[in-house]
Design a protein around this ligand. Structure first.
Ligand code: MG
Length: 462
């Protein structure tokens, strides 16, 4: 009798303890990590078919997680793409888009990401997330536009691209050189709002970023964190650390991408070591397509047409891998529409933060799709070049109203009727089927008009 009562008491206590919130990291909100490469092309990773760049860590990440075939970014160049990712909004709404003469923020730009914009980091502070921005920012270099004013506890990296601080007397075309000289560059490495090093040793940048990211994970294992790890490379000028120099069959570009791959491996390995892998959502992608005019120091868009600066698929469709052991089914290939702006909605949903109600958000929540609970909620993708819509995709079809090579001597070419491509059957956008599908063109035009009708452009920041 006494034994039965004791058993009942013990069972009851165990049930109460199980219902209490545990103090272990397992009871926390999920950690969120976004790793962003710069100018990496759709075809530059082993798991996307590159024949000579070796990316075992990203390939493993894809094998353990979800690899996207139709993942887009919010713009075809650095600044607006980053603004879109961090705010979930088309860059034209925040004023973070320009024209073909002013495509990204320059050192002369008068503004930056406006303080009233809400970034993922800013939104997550509501739930007590530790936040860290490591790497390239490129969303304004004035104090009120830097990461610390946008929800990040700390920043370690460059305010802009690595080709924006040349040293005096730099030879013409040096940034595109296959053998860039470190003395041609005088980049300033920042810690929070203060310069830390100038000229920065560009060859050790990926390694040092990675060390900072790893330490941040280790130091915050007991509370939820958001790590925005925005690599400087493979944007030119390219530099790799000693351990990777002259090691890749793909030359310098391969050395640099293979070091990025090593870095991703270090981040995932740290999560495993800290036993945080099952409670951390990691997403890898690039800000825009490869810079094709840079030839062998630029990347490759695989079977897609075009690259950085253009709204052909190669400019805005990116390699993308989601990883969350135990939550995202291993080895999934996702062929649905998704966009970097969706990371805003997804991160907020995972952290239980409601979306801002006072503004239009262009992202959609990817959580059901990531967890295998439902299809993509994304209806279409809009391809802006600067302040202007050049193309629109809905389902299988994409209409080009304007095309432009991205960089070079040509000017934008208008199309009326628009060019129309069936992307699953013609990913290289080679066969215009507009004449066969006037009803699809009418539908895509209507989608565009609907978008334009509700659009209020923000004050241009550059
Ligand atoms: Mg870029």
């Amino acid at each position: 009798m006494r034994g039965n009562i004791l058993n009942l008491l013990l069972t009851g206590m165990a049930a109460i303890l199980a219902a209490l919130p545990a103090s272990s990291p397992a009871a926390q909100l999920p950690n969120l990590i976004i790793i962003l490469a710069d100018d990496l092309g759709y075809g530059d990773l082993g798991c996307y078919g590159h024949p000579s760049i070796r990316t075992p860590n990203l390939d493993r990440m894809a094998a353990e997680g979800m690899r996207f075939t139709d993942f887009y970014v919010g713009a075809c160049v650095c600044t607006p793409s980053r603004a879109a990712l961090l705010t979930g909004r088309l860059p034209i709404r925040s004023g973070m888009s320009g024209d073909l003469q002013h495509r990204v923020q320059s050192r002369k730009s008068p503004g930056g990401l406006p303080p009233e914009e809400i970034t993922i980091a800013h939104a997550l502070k509501e739930k007590g997330y530790a936040t860290f921005c490591v790497g390239k920012w490129h969303l304004g270099h004035y104090r009120q536009n830097l990461p610390l004013c946008h929800g990040f506890d700390a920043f370690y990296g460059l305010r802009w691209s690595n080709d924006m601080e040349p040293a005096r007397g730099i030879p013409k075309g040096a940034s595109s050189s296959l053998n860039p000289n470190p003395e041609w560059w005088s980049c300033t490495l920042m810690r929070n709002n203060q310069p830390l090093e100038q000229p920065t040793d560009l060859s050790t940048l990926t390694r040092r970023y990675t060390e900072k990211a790893v330490r941040f994970i280790q130091q915050n294992r007991e509370k939820p964190f958001f790590l925005y790890f925005a690599h400087t490379y493979p944007h030119i000028p390219l530099f790799a650390s000693k351990a990777f120099q002259k090691t890749s069959p793909r030359g310098l570009y391969g050395d640099v991408v293979e070091e990025l791959d090593w870095s991703v491996g270090r981040v995932l390995e740290t999560l495993r070591q800290q036993k945080l892998d099952q409670q951390t959502f990691v997403f890898f992608t690039s800000d825009n397509g490869p810079w094709l005019i840079k030839e062998l120091v630029g990347g490759c868009a695989g079977h897609l047409q075009g690259g950085k600066g253009s709204t052909w698929e190669g400019g805005m469709r990116e390699p993308a891998i989601a990883w969350w052991p135990g939550r995202i089914k291993a080895g999934t290939v996702n062929r649905e529409l998704a966009c970097s702006m969706d990371l805003f909605n997804t991160c907020l949903a995972l952290a239980g933060v409601p979306l801002p109600a006072d503004r239009i958000i262009d992202g959609v929540d990817m959580t059901p799709m990531l967890l295998g609970q439902g299809p993509s909620q994304r209806n279409h993708v809009i391809y802006y070049n600067g302040d202007e819509v050049y193309a629109l995709r809905k389902g299988a079809y994409k209409a080009h109203f304007t095309t432009y090579s991205g960089y070079g001597e040509d000017t934008p070419e208008r199309h009326d009727p628009p060019l129309l491509f069936h992307l699953p059957n013609d990913p290289g956008e080679r066969f215009n089927v507009a004449a066969d599908h006037p009803e699809i063109i009418a539908d895509l035009r209507q989608e565009l008009e609907k978008h334009r009708a509700g659009l209020v452009p923000g004050k241009r920041q550059y």
